[in-house]
Ligand binder design. Sequence first.
Ligand code: UDP
Length: 327
Amino acid sequence: MKILVTGGAGYIGSITAAELIAAGHKVVVLDNLYQGHIQAVPPEAAFVQVDLADREALAGVFAAHPDIDGIMHFASYTLVGESMERPLLYLRDNLVNAANLLEYAVAAGVRRFVLSSTANLFDEPERMPIEPDNKIVPGSPYGESKFFIERMLHWFERIYGLRYACLRYFNASGDTPGRGEHHDPETHLIPLVLQVALGQRSHITVFGDDYPTPDGTCVRDYVHVLDLAQAHILAMEALDRLGSRKYNLGNGNGFSVMQVIETARKITGHPIPHVIGPRRPGDPAILIASSESIRSELGWKPRYPDLESIISSAWEWHRSHPHGYAE
Ligand code: UDP
């Protein structure tokens, strides 16, 4: 298939683009390079530097590539914390950009769409682990923006027959030898902890130790980016056979912030000092996914299910790319 990967210069998008190519698909990467890195785009992919807000440029992408079989939509603002401070980036820009993309996609006859969605849809989980049919209560403007896009897809299926998969992933993490996580500023726990181990920061601040969890720090389900990439490919390939789907993606194991720090101490051999800070707005205490439906329907099986292999792969990337793509 020929797949348009929006956000394909970003962390998860670029690694998925590379995996798509390795699986024999053709890839067009669309990215505005606002947060993405041109060095991350696989050389075999066609690349267009386009902002999804630019409708004319978007029309040009579909005119230049009239044979796109499916879209994987990663391009968006993605930070819970930022969305609590700058909600319109999320409630306006994420929505408008997705609407523009969908408008041109259906006009060009695209039939398949895989959305990079989020665990932040589940702020008040009824059960743990969280099933895809759990009641949706977005935890932040970021989660709300993804929920809205999921609803747009619902209507685009009914009205235009677009088949879609929503992949709500929990904590994307880990790296590959050639591509990895590089955000500026970095806000995610694992890369920040590894920056301390590299001597780039003096300590890590733990956001709250008074949550109702075993050690008081937040519990998350860390899932390796290569396992996420695999899930995107399986979901895209299965759309014709199974129809539209919503899947939660995680390992089904929760690890606390302190467990992440302790595992990183073991792997890096660095003491990684930490201090306890206040809670970060928008953070639920525990998020653990039930990925049962994607496992049984698509045969998805994480290859990096444990924290050690996730953090080891991240440490390899950060050690060999101490400044990410900026060298
Ligand atoms: N976290 C932390 N200190 C940091 C960054 C993150 O304690 O400097 C915590 C955060 O509160 C959350 C967990 O680590 O409980 C994972 O956060 P991250 O930003 O990596 O991913 P998110 O859960 O927001 O998707």
